[in-house]
Design a protein around this ligand. Structure first.
Ligand code: XIL
Length: 484
């Protein structure tokens, strides 16, 4: 039967309606597969970081657009090490380090400072200088004061101390250990705190991912530093791993450190394999990356995961571990490897791979997706808002919300208004959205419930213009809180 004009116009209308419904859906799912890692990590209240090579940041647009598009945290692979910033005595060269910090801030990324006190990449004028213990102590103190002071307020966390232990748990011999004695670690942390009170101060090491003699020695040191009131905020687990060898007790180990009252972070993740790689080894590697991200997500105080080098052409691995390579998320041609999709999936993204040259707008501020259905706040709430540090144009703030009632609240959202045009540029431990002056900080998935009497802290970097007044009113799930 021939269709009547009426019926064909109905079909046309239905087809148009269907197209209207399907088009956004299909473009959404295409976008889903391409969602940048930084958006997924931000939505989880966590960092996904990358160690950046200065020569490639300046030399390759493809490289720099992946660095800014995919990651919400950066670490200088070499540019902040002592031999880079002071190659000869008093000759300070901040060009590369400044470049990284400026790029990061322009793209809403936090910076992990790496590293202030280490046995390696110490300039020759120190190692060959014939200095005595007193002079070395002064030189280290000045170095920390100068470098941490220069970037004060602009560094999320410093690896103040790097690689201080041997595998058997004894202190590793170094110019600092050998000349200054065991106390050099507490001193370095104290000096760093004086220079930049806002930065989270870390001790960082490798082969400490599982429970073993080395990680236990590190654990005992951190416990003792905390007991003595030494400023230590976090422990970095480098995680230079070998294919198929993610320690089974990684989560347990991260958690025991977190239980000491410090943050934990995976700071230098790579998974090396014998080269050339093949489909099987790349699949195993993807599984290893997934395990590491999943372990971090299982620990509330794990702030995130940094990968050591953007791509296989850029990785330190082949130069150091003969016959090994292919350790990063991108191949030599900057094509995402299966490990990229595994990291995305572990952060809750689509399991489909990315389109080859996946990059993103640098804003990276993830929205929590659907706004949680708010539960009421029966007994009231308090909010403390503290500006930790402020400099021209920027600031860091910490917010603590407390459930003063007798009923658990969750999911939860803290809201406030900025009065002077301030903008959240990068947050942590909560999922931030900002629309005009209105800011909402929603719970990350791993802290979805605020128990009765419980406090929860989160923070952010922000920008400001003429002034930076503290917000005067806060809400928790729409209920007004007392400001403390
Ligand atoms: C490495 C860099 O990747 C190399 O480019 C450099 O030649 C040597 O240092 N642990 C650390 C990092 O803390 O600083 C090291 O980085 C890798 C091991």
């Amino acid at each position: 039967m021939a269709s009547t004009p009426r019926r064909s116009s109905l079909v046309a209308i239905l087809a148009a309606l269907l197209a209207a419904v399907l088009l956004p859906l299909s473009s959404l799912s295409a976008h889903g597969a391409d969602t940048p890692l930084r958006a997924l990590a931000s939505a989880d209240g966590r960092q996904i970081g990358v160690a950046v090579a200065d020569n490639r940041l300046t030399g390759s647009t493809a490289y720099s657009s992946l660095v800014t598009g995919q990651f919400n945290s950066v670490t200088a692979e070499n540019a902040m090490k002592w031999d880079a910033v002071e190659p000869s005595r008093g000759n300070l060269d901040w060009a590369a380090a400044d470049r990284l910090v400026a790029t990061a801030r322009a793209n809403g990324q936090v910076v992990r400072g790496h590293t202030l006190a280490w046995h390696s990449q110490v300039p020759g004028w120190i190692t060959n200088g014939g200095f005595g213990a007193t002079q070395l102590r002064t030189l280290l103190q000045q170095h920390i004061a100068t470098e941490a002071g220069r970037y004060a307020g602009r560094i999320y966390a410093w690896d103040v101390v790097n690689e201080a232990f041997n595998d058997n748990g004894t202190r590793r011999s170094s110019i600092w250990q050998d000349n200054l004695g065991d106390g050099w670690i507490a001193d370095a942390l104290t000096w760093a705190h004086q220079a930049d009170p806002a930065a989270k101060l870390y001790i960082n090491d490798y082969s400490v991912e599982g429970v073993n003699a080395k990680s236990t020695a590190l654990y005992n040191l951190v416990r003792s530093l905390k007991q003595q009131g030494v400023p230590i905020d976090g422990v970095g687990f480098q995680a230079h791993l070998v294919l198929g060898q993610v320690p089974a007790d990684l989560t347990t180990n991260l958690q025991r450190f977190a239980d000491l009252g410090v943050d934990v972070a995976v700071t230098e993740l790579d998974v090396r394999m014998q080269t050339p790689s093949n489909a099987t080894t790349l699949a195993t590697q993807a599984e290893d990356y997934r395990k590491v991200v999943t372990a971090c997500r299982a620990v509330a105080r794990c702030v995130g995961v940094t990968v050591w080098g953007l791509d296989d052409a850029d990785s330190w691995v082949p130069g150091v571990f003969s016959g090994y390579g292919a350790a990063t998320l991108y191949d030599e041609n900057l094509q995402a490897k299966p490990a990229w999709a595994a990291v995305a999936a572990a952060f809750g993204g689509s399991t489909a791979g990315p389109s080859p040259s996946t990059s993103a707008s640098p804003s990276g501020s993830a929205s929590p997706g659907s706004s949680p259905s708010s539960s009421p706040v029966p007994g009231g709430c308090t909010v403390a808002y503290r500006i930790g540090n402020q400099w021209t144009g920027g600031f860091t703030a910490d917010v603590t919300v407390t459930n003063q009632g007798t009923t658990a609240i969750g999911p939860w959202q803290v809201g406030w208004q900025f009065a002077a045009g301030q903008q959240v540029t990068q947050g942590w431990s909560a999922v931030f959205t900002q629309s005009g002056a209105t800011v909402t900080a929603a719970n990350p998935s791993w802290a979805a419930t605020l128990a009765p009497g419980a406090s929860y802290g989160f923070g952010f970097n922000g920008s400001w213009g003429a002034s930076n007044p503290v917000p005067t009113a806060f809400t928790l799930n729409g209920a007004v809180c007392t400001v403390v």
